[in-house]
Structures are given as C-alpha cells and as structure tokens.
Design a protein around this ligand. Sequence first.
Ligand code: SF4
Length: 362
Amino acid sequence: MDEKIARQKAETLPSLLLPWYDKNKRDLPWRENTDPYRVWVSEIMLQQTRVEAAKEHYRRFLRKLPTVQALADCSEDELFKLWEGLGYYSRAKNLHKAAKIVAKEGFPTDAEGWRNLPGIGDYTAGAISSIAFGQPSPAVDGNVVRVLSRLLGDAREQDLLRGEYAKLLAPAYPKERCGDFTQSLMELGATVCLPASPACLTCPLFSLCETKSDALPVRKKKPERRKSDMTLLLFYDNTGAAVCKRREGVLQGTYAFFTAERAMDAEQVASFLQSCGLNGFSIGAPASHRHVFTHLEWDMTAYPVRTEQDLSRLRVPDGTAFPCTDFSDLLYAPVREIEEKYSLPSAYRWCLQVLKKVCNKQ
Ligand code: SF4
C-alpha cells in the first residue's frame, strides 16, 4: 500500500461520503439527536448486536432508563432484564459501572476520557466523542476496516489494521461534521460495502476503489468453537419452577435453571438426584436445544423434574466430577413471573416453553 496514495484517498472521503450519507442514511432511533447518553447506549448495544435487533431494545431501554442517573441508580437485576435478548451481558455490567462514574463526574468530552471508562475501547471512544462532541476521533470497527481495505487494495490481515486506519483517517476529519463523517463510514460498511456481495455499482467510492469486490479484507481463521454438553433440570411443583442466579461464567449475574455440565440420560439423572438426597420425584420427557455463542456451543438437554421436596436441603455429593448448580442458590417463582421479571438469557429461555407445557398439564 502506497502511503501517499492512501492519504490522498482518505482526504477525499468526506467530499464523497457526506453527500451520499445525507441522502441515504437510515432513520435510526439513536440518530434522533446527539445526546451523549443516547449515543453511548447505542454504541454499546451495537457492539455485538445487529441494528434491526437493537432498535426495539434501545427504545425500551431509554424509556425505562432515560438518563445516566437513572441507569446508575437501577439494580443489576433490572438492568439485566432490560438487556435480555441482547446477550454479552458483560457489556451491560460495564455500562452500569461506567454510568455510576459518569453520574458523579460528568460526561468525558474527548476520546481519551471515554477510553478510561469500563467497557469502552478505542472504537467506542472514537464513535462517542466524534458523534456526541464533534471531535475528530476516528472509530474503526470491522465495517470500516472492510471499506478501507477494499478502497486501498490492502491485503494485510484485517486484525492488524485498526490502529493504522485510525491514524490515516484522523487528519481527514472535516471540522464541522466529525460525527456525520464517522457515521457515513459505518453506514457505507453496513449498507453498501457488505461482507459478501458489496453493491459496488451504487457505491459513492466506486471510482476510487482498488478492489470493487468482496476479495478483501483478509480474515484470520477463526478458532473452532468450544463445545459443551449441558443437562438442565427444570424443577417444578404446584407453585412454580426453580431458577438460580449464575455466580460465574459468561452469563454471571443472569438467571438460569439447574445446570450440570455434562450429558445425562434419564437414568443417570435419576441416580444423580438420588445421590443428592432427592427421593420423591418424577422425570418428564426431555427436550433438546443447541445454543451457539461466538466461541462456545452448548448442546443442552432439559428434563422437567416434578418434586414437592425442599431443594435447599439437597447437596451435590463431594467428588462429583462435573460443575453443577448449588441447590442452595435455587429459588421458586411462578413460570409467568420468571418470564416477566427475571433476566433469563436466550440460552435458557426456550426452557420456559417446556415448563409451561408440564405446568399446564397439572
Ligand atoms: S466499490 Fe465496492 S468494494 Fe469498493 S468500497 Fe464501494 S462497495 Fe466497497
């Protein structure tokens, strides 16, 4: 890549992208104004969530927590319930931590200040400070790397390019329209310069682009997903079903059903429950579901277990060779209440249908 040509192309970007953006930008709820809180929440939501999926969550979130103070004051349970369906709960946790700091100290106004808050990296800091504060701070995510690597014909591996592209873009920022320039690059990557089949013939950068195809960027081979077998025990009685708060792992702080991290058939479930001290119970028909995270894949089998026995007295026997939920963490609630009030990640939500079926038969 010739650096001089790259700089010249970067400098031309605002004059090509801004008129295109003015005409073609999507009407999105977070574009109604550039209030820093609204921009911040949207950028965190959009880190791992598609625009279409984030829209309704965003509106609901802002209705319930319209200010940074409201976010700082809400409980983790309330926040996680609002975050349900978005996944990657560590984003919500960091947003909460950062809101407590901002509610006391005020909003940072530049990228450096934003970068010091929990959960905010270079991309998000650049996006918020350019969109909400008009700073010339580039925000280079996967979309922008894709656009620039194609534009420049840059065949280096894309993971190495973010910092370099941020440096290339910074001097090109037009003083009066920093936020729009950031958003125009994102918008082009999201709607025209798509990962597969980019719409090159309608692209405002067509005449400048070295690639005009999806041949770039060069991607690193993704590591294989780690696979785990899970057995879920859906304890229920006349009053409701048992859930527990997860104390660790990727979904820490959210609710789950009793989980044993290994595959079990119905006979193994029965002998496991007996070894834990449960005597009176009946096991219903199992249901299965595969849940895929970015790096993990869970093969889950759920067994409804009807019992009137007090679960808090049960103990997982010493020497049990696989991780499982502690019985003392379980609490009973009606299934409808679990659905409405508890933050149950999508990895577990399908179990509600299983429970509704067995509870309706009672
Ligand atoms: S011409 Fe095609 S490949 Fe090049 S930037 Fe535009 S959409 Fe992307």
